[in-house]
Design a binder for this molecule. Structure first.
Ligand code: AMP
Ligand code: ZN
Length: 666
């Protein structure tokens, strides 16, 4: 038995080390594959030996806890804000005030970047992370520990006697640009709106109820302050250095400065170089280096007197607006795009900026050849934030917003209350038609492998498809003669189309492209109405009464099914055997399983693990976490470990599949 405990501990240590190498030092010494193997091995050992459970094991980083209401926790040490400065004069003034207070001639400073995210206070006891609490109002914040544990650069366990038994460390939870952009690409693909900037997304992530959702977000944590009674340290710089050695991510850009002039050099350097950083900063934080002097200088009601933020101006340039073009999306929405005289902004050449909609153009009264101000936050493309009226040409004319579709030239429509104009020639506008089919086949909808975006265009241009229902009439003989079409690729198209008939209803609903019905809304509608006929029958009122379905969506659903062409498409899809109802799995309630104990293991195709467990309980059964003589059934999914199977066999526990389980309860 002790052998197992030792093995578990060794694996935990090893995995912690690899996490640190990868997420803090950016220097992996093991392949992802080998890491996953070790993690699986640990997970298996922990599953089989629940007595060694540890809330801070690396296996806990995948999350899974649901928090409905975050507990309020009073900070042991208040979390202050920072006062701001904007010029070197402000910095001299600040220094003079401090020199007067403590009566010395000079001070030394630590300069740090001001990471733009959400602050967090981490408490460690005996080397273990105990709580993670948001700043809140500075006196008390929310306990978001289960979410924070999913951030891999935060050590859950530190093996060092460096700090005292108990200490607090503070930092900023951030979302680096890279991860932010990837998240947005995924959202756009899912028909969801892109997140505005990394900072709000990072701070919003902390309050998600499902920690496994947080685990999916590439968050990071940069540390900048340690609260400890340890008298071993004389300076802030030293203490940050010690924190880094213990395993915390303290950025290497921090710097010691002996004068305010040197501080200002640092400020200027990073104002210029900030676009090279992988994350967003909005200034510099300057702190008196000596902890002793910090103590003497003290606090105002709101902020430490010994620290100050230097705020950067938002990155902004001006350039000429050359023209406005209009783009039509797959749902017919028109987006105006500003074409700019190329200009460098935050390290990249900008040629286009977003204008969102007609209201925005009107608000700025923007005109062609205007000199416009362009800013870059964390957004994907920069935005126009204003017009330099002094530089306007006297003959500049107000912009007349497009009245006709840039593609099919049909008249645009704008409903009251809608920000956007739409091309309503749904079934005759090439960009929309192709866009709709491309959406239909994409990974998040019907997932038709074998057809890519170019193939859609190729098939369309060759008159083989005019809508998504046509995909199901495609025949090998028609595709083969197409230019550069190999036998294998043609077969893959047919096979992919055939396989898509198994795709669940909620995805089919998302795939057919009802305006305002993204992945989440489609899921809600599928769950609520169970099948397409119920949904088609639903009127505006009924739809509006569904949780989280607003008027805009309700109206769009009604008008989609009122459209004759759409109904014909749906009927053709139906005749082709696509899934138009949800597979009931957890709605049954019975006492069929009363008296039986179940263990669930592995990955399932028709249920999530949680739904499966719920279904067991709904039918009177009981879930137990590990196999014993008293267990009646082991429901085995994919990827169940061989050890579990062996154990079940030894204990003569019935092993059943997911399908057999469904039979049991149906
Ligand atoms: P403000 O919110 O403008 O009052 O600025 C204070 C906040 O700046 C703190 O609560 C921290 O979350 C954040 N911050 C970012 N980087 C640092 C840093 N290097 N040192 C201290 N605070 C920082
Ligand atoms: Zn059009």
């Amino acid at each position: 038995m002790f052998e197992i405990e030792e093995k578990i501990n060794t694996l935990r240590k090893e995995l912690n080390k690899h996490n640190h190498n990868y997420y803090v030092l950016d220097n992996a010494t093991i392949s992802d594959y080998d890491f996953d193997l070790k993690l699986l091995e640990l997970q298996k050992l922990e599953d089989e030996n629940p007595q060694y459970f540890d809330a801070n094991s690396p296996t806990q980083r995948v999350g899974g806890t649901i928090t409905k209401n975050f507990e309020n926790i009073i900070h042991n040490n208040r979390m202050y804000s920072l006062s701001n400065s904007y010029s070197i004069e402000d910095l001299y003034d600040w220094e003079n005030r401090m020199l007067k207070i403590i009566g010395v001639e000079k001070l030394e400073y630590t300069c740090e970047l001001k990471y733009d995210g959400a602050s967090i206070n981490l408490t460690y006891k005996k080397g273990s992370l105990k709580t993670a609490v948001t700043r809140g109002d500075g006196f008390k914040g929310d306990n978001v520990t289960s979410n924070i544990k999913t951030i891999k650069s935060i050590p859950l366990q530190i093996n060092s006697k460096e700090f005292l038994d108990e200490f607090e460390i503070r930092g900023e939870i951030i979302l680096p640009f890279d991860g932010f952009h990837k998240m947005n690409e995924e959202r756009i693909k899912n028909g969801e709106e892109a997140y505005k900037n990394p900072r709000n997304t990072a701070s919003g992530s902390l309050k998600l109820q499902d920690s496994s959702e947080v685990a999916k977000r590439p968050l990071d944590c940069l540390l900048y302050h340690v609260v400890t009674d340890n008298t071993k340290y004389q300076t802030h710089f030293e203490i940050l250095d010690a924190a880094r050695k213990v395993g915390f991510k303290v950025p290497n850009e921090i710097q010691l400065c002996k004068t305010i002039d040197a501080v200002f050099e640092y400020v200027k350097l990073w104002d210029k170089k900030r676009s090279e950083l992988p994350y967003e900063i909005d200034g510099i934080v300057i702190k008196v280096n000596s902890l002793h002097y910090q103590n003497e200088i003290g606090f105002t009601a709101k902020s430490p007197r010994w620290a100050i933020a230097y705020k950067f101006k938002a990155e902004q340039v001006s350039t000429i607006l050359q023209s406005i073009t209009y783009q039509v999306g797959r749902t017919g929405a028109i987006t105006p795009v500003a074409n700019l005289e190329p200009v460098e902004l935050a390290g990249t050449i900008v040629k286009r900026a977003s204008l969102h909609n007609a209201d925005q153009i009107e608000k700025f009264d923007i005109r062609i050849n205007d000199t416009v101000f362009v800013e870059k936050g964390g957004e994907i493309i920069p935005k126009i934030v204003g017009v330099d009226l002094e530089k306007r040409h006297t003959d500049a004319q107000p912009i007349k917003y497009a009245s006709h579709c840039p593609d099919c030239n049909s008249k645009l429509q704008r409903k009251e209350g809608d920000a956007k104009h739409y091309c309503i020639n749904e079934n005759g506008c090439k960009t929309q038609i192709i866009g709709k089919i491309q959406h239909f086949i994409s990974r998040n909808t019907m997932n038709i492998d074998g057809i890519g975006n170019e193939t859609v265009e190729l098939l369309y241009d060759n008159n083989l498809i005019k809508n998504y229902a046509d995909l199901y009439d495609l025949e090998l003989e028609q595709i083969l003669p197409l230019e550069r079409m190999a036998q294998k690729s043609a077969e893959n198209i047919i096979k992919g189309v055939e396989n898509s008939k198994q795709i669940p209803f909620e995805k089919v609903l998302f795939a057919i492209g009802i305006r305002f019905c993204g992945a989440t809304v489609s899921k809600k509608l599928a769950k609520h109405f169970k099948n397409i006929d119920n949904l088609i029958k639903a009127d505006f009122e009924t739809l509006k009464n569904v949780d989280e379905i607003g008027e805009r969506i309700a109206e769009s659903v009604v008008s989609f099914f009122k459209n004759q062409t759409n109904m014909e498409l749906i009927n053709r899809l139906k005749n082709n055997g696509l899934q138009f109802e949800i597979i009931e799995n957890n709605t049954a309630v019975s006492t069929k399983l009363e008296g039986f104990k179940f263990v669930v293991s592995g990955v399932f195709s028709k249920f999530s693990r949680n739904d499966l467990k719920k279904s067991i309980e709904d039918n009177g059964g009981k879930n137990v976490s590990s196999l014993s003589k008293k267990t009646d059934y082991l429901i085995a999914g994919d990827k169940m470990g061989p050890a579990k199977k062996e154990k079940a066999e030894k204990l003569e526990i019935k092993i059943i599949t997911e399908e057999q389980f469904i039979e049991m309860i149906s």
